[in-house]
Design a protein around this ligand. Structure first.
Ligand code: 1CP
Length: 347
């Protein structure tokens, strides 16, 4: 990875595909490609709590680079977590191994919302530093910055941790809409500033993860969520913006209206069907089922080819999984998928 051997990052296959420009082959990266399935990740993280790792630029840089070196993907995703900016503004939370984010005092009232202060770049200086280090190391390979969208962040704050039903989140949304909108407006500020920091330090694109937005009907998404996600995306148009959620096949048009350049689609909706819902002028990202990677290679290969054929219907296609890499995935299979998408093969 040296700057001299690569085309300028702006002309990379990944950024070209995000902009809907012609590419020799679709670019490929994997959500949650850093960490999880890589033995070198488990080794370097041993004994270091997740939030502490996220605050150490040397570690963030190394962990972000690991899958780029091993897999030959077309983009790097910044190693962090969606709750890092919440911890940075003083929310009492921890990332518990095997569970995920756990919040000490859940947010359920106007007073709780008032305690959530805005994020400033000084709160996340370690993020700026890690992004700068990475951009220098990556040369022509784009770095994707990311953040959680207001609904998904709110779900952790209101529930106090991961949830299956989002019952408390929806109770706040329906029962105290003013408090809900105030909470989402504050989260939109935090998310937008967190993405601004990453762009200012050199990130080439951003992904807004609204992982759990699919729990909503389209009508509720439009009333309670879309305006806040749109506010995040509106000011960030100097880089391509990717917007992703799981189980959003019933409302991809609404997700597209929030304003991203690339709409991420899970495995439940074929990309050609998704492209028709999203409309012209936006690229799609996805959408191989992450569990397919546990099947025999012949099956994986057929499914990758199907996703590529369906993705060709869109203005641009960024190959990815339909959600994150599962922890038990064999990294060698990920490498073979990269080669296949690039038009070659790996023995
Ligand atoms: O390559 C990469 O993408 C790794 C960087 C990364 C990203 C993009 C991490 C590291 N987290 C995330 C985003 C993230 N975090 C999302 C959106 C993506 C998605 O939908 O998968 C979400 C919902 C979270 C919240 C979160 N953090 C969970 C999910 C809990 C739930 O509700 O089911 C979990 C388990 C975490 C912890 C976490 N984040 C990242 C890592 C490596 C870990 C595990 C840390 C540990 O236990 O040591």
């Amino acid at each position: 990875m040296t700057t001299s051997t690569h085309a300028p990052v702006d002309q990379s296959v990944f950024l070209r595909a995000c902009r809907g420009e012609p590419v020799p082959h679709p670019p490929v990266w994997f959500m949650r490609q850093a960490g999880r399935s890589l033995p070198e990740y488990r080794k370097i993280r041993a004994g270091i709590p997740m939030l502490e790792a996220c605050r150490r630029p040397d570690l963030v840089c190394e962990i972000t680079l690991q899958p780029v070196r091993r897999l030959g993907v077309d983009a790097a995703i910044f190693f962090s977590d969606i709750v890092v900016p919440l911890a940075a503004v003083g929310v009492d939370l921890d990332i518990v191994p095997g569970t995920g984010p756990v919040v000490g005092q859940p947010v359920r009232s106007a007073a709780d919302v008032d305690r959530l202060r805005p994020l400033t770049p000084a709160d996340v200086e370690y993020v700026s530093e890690a992004v700068r280090l990475l951009v220098a190391e990556l040369g022509g390979i784009p770095l994707i910055g990311f953040a959680g969208a207001p609904f998904t962040l709110a779900s952790y704050l209101v529930e106090g941790g991961p949830s299956r039903t989002y019952a408390r989140t929806k109770a706040l949304m329906y029962g105290q809409p003013d408090v809900w909108h105030a909470l989402c407006a504050r989260l939109a500020q935090i998310t937008r500033e967190f993405l601004e920091v990453q762009i200012a330090a050199g990130a080439s694109a951003v992904q807004l993860f609204d992982s759990w937005a699919g729990a909503l009907s389209e009508a509720d998404y439009r009333s309670y969520v879309l305006p806040h996600s749109a506010a995040v995306l509106a000011g960030l148009d100097r880089v391509p913006r990717i917007h992703f959620g799981v189980g959003t096949g019933h409302m991809l048009g609404a997700i597209a209206e929030a304003g991203a350049d690339v709409v991420g689609v899970d495995w439940r909706t074929p990309l050609d069907v998704a492209a028709a819902q999203i409309g012209p002028g936006r690229a799609v990202q996805g959408n191989l089922d992450p569990t397919v990677l546990f099947a025999p290679w012949e099956f994986v290969e057929a499914q990758v080819r199907r996703v590529l054929a369906e993705g060709a219907a869109a203005a641009g296609h960024v190959f990815n999984l339909g959600h994150g890499v599962l922890p038990d995935t064999d990294p060698d299979i990920l490498g073979r998928v990269v080669d296949l998408v690039h038009g070659g093969s790996r023995p």
